[in-house]
Design a protein around this ligand. Structure first.
Ligand code: NAP
Length: 333
């Protein structure tokens, strides 16, 4: 029987389901794959279900039997993809099931930042609401404004849909490929990133982290934004140069930011971002609802079950690079 090491957040039921087909080793409480017990288990495992624990090529040397990694995330920037493919290890992720929830988080950040929700709720909870709120506490409208999407993939499209259909926003987008369907559905217009930054009232970042997108938004790009524009990042922290962002915020360009992700996570307690009135900072909760995290874990279980049985999983990442030997047809699902 093949062995699967589980360190992602699976429910007891999902763990039991996996145990029907595989010898499952439960490491759901570990915080690092470097711990002695788990390394020992990984040495003879064919499958690994994990969330965002870093995997180095050196760690791969300690997992000679590994065939499949199922990550409980859509982003896979923390996996050494080339090294995995070279060793014939299939990586699977969890797209689609988290798209709408992550888009909700993006929109929550847009609304909270524009309407100063956190700052003003704090004022009430401190007992400092003594008179009617005046212009010094007014926010900015979201409806009817221009929303610039840096990346219009699955999550980007879901954010843009909320903006266009729910809030009457004009949608711009910057990415290499055009999306004629979304241009028709939402009236979205593709443009260069610089133009998008100059023209948008809200800029929402939803690109994956790659060598091309690292620090895609730096000091030069921030300086192009309207002084009162709002920047939201629900992608990965490294896509924005955080040092440049902190500087730019002090100069009021952008006017405010809503962040779910950071260059270093958890955000260090001495980060200048903490306590800035024009920053709404969330602790990387893009997909963190009960329903969605359950669906993501289930996707990882399904991917693992199919892949270890030699069938095509639902969402493989590097299957083309591997010339996957398993059956292309997936008649089980
Ligand atoms: P996706 O469907 O692959 O969309 C990514 C989009 O980014 C694609 O349309 C791609 O366009 C575009 N893109 C890539 N490089 C670009 C560049 N240099 N400039 C502009 N656009 C570029 O992925 P997704 O499912 O929407 O997820 C996106 C990312 O969100 C994930 O990789 C993950 O890191 C992040 N995420 C974060 C959370 C959270 O908790 N905050 C939750 C889920 C996902 P082309 O096809 O034209 O390249």
């Amino acid at each position: 029987m093949k062995r699967v090491v589980v360190c992602g957040r699976l429910s007891d039921e999902q763990l039991a389901e996996l145990s029907n087909d595989f010898m499952v080793e439960d490491f759901r409480q570990v915080h690092s794959l470097e711990e002695k017990d788990i390394r020992c288990a990984l040495a003879s495992a064919q499958g690994l279900i994990t969330a965002s624990l870093p995997i180095t090529p050196e760690l791969l040397d300690a997992m000679p039997m590994l065939e499949v990694i199922a990550t409980v995330s859509v982003g896979y920037d923390n996996y050494p993809l080339e090294a995995l493919s070279r060793r014939g290890i299939l990586l699977c992720n969890t797209p689609d099931v988290l798209t709408e929830t992550t888009a909700d988080t993006g929109f929550a950040l847009m609304l909270a930042t524009a309407r100063r929700v956190v700052e003003l709720a704090d004022l009430v909870s401190r007992g400092e609401w003594k008179k009617s709120i005046g212009p010094e506490h007014f926010g900015r409208d979201v409806h009817g404004k221009t929303l610039g999407m840096v990346g219009l993939g699955r999550i980007g499209a879901a954010v843009a849909r909320r903006g266009a259909l729910g809030f009457g926003m004009r949608i711009l987008y910057a990415q290499a490929s055009s999306k004629p369907g979304l241009e028709t559905e939402l009236g979205a217009r593709r443009c260069e990133l610089d133009r998008l930054l100059e023209a948008s009232d809200f800029v929402c970042v939803t690109v994956p982290l790659t060598s091309e997108t690292e620090h895609l938004i730096g000091a030069r790009e921030l300086a192009l934004m309207k002084p009162d524009a709002i920047l939201v990042n629900i992608a990965r922290g490294q896509v924005i140069d955080e040092t440049a962002l902190i500087d730019a915020l002090k100069w009021g360009r952008p006017g405010a930011v809503g962040l779910d992700v950071y260059e270093k996570e958890p955000l260090p307690a001495d980060s200048p971002l903490i306590g800035m009135p024009n920053v709404v900072a969330l602790p990387h909760i893009g997909s963190a609802t009960h329903e969605t995290r359950h669906a993501m874990a289930q996707r990882a279980v399904d991917n693992m079950r199919l892949a270890l049985k030699g069938r095509r999983p639902i969402s493989p990442v590097n299957i083309e690079q591997l010339r996957w030997a398993g059956s292309e047809a997936n008649d089980e699902e």
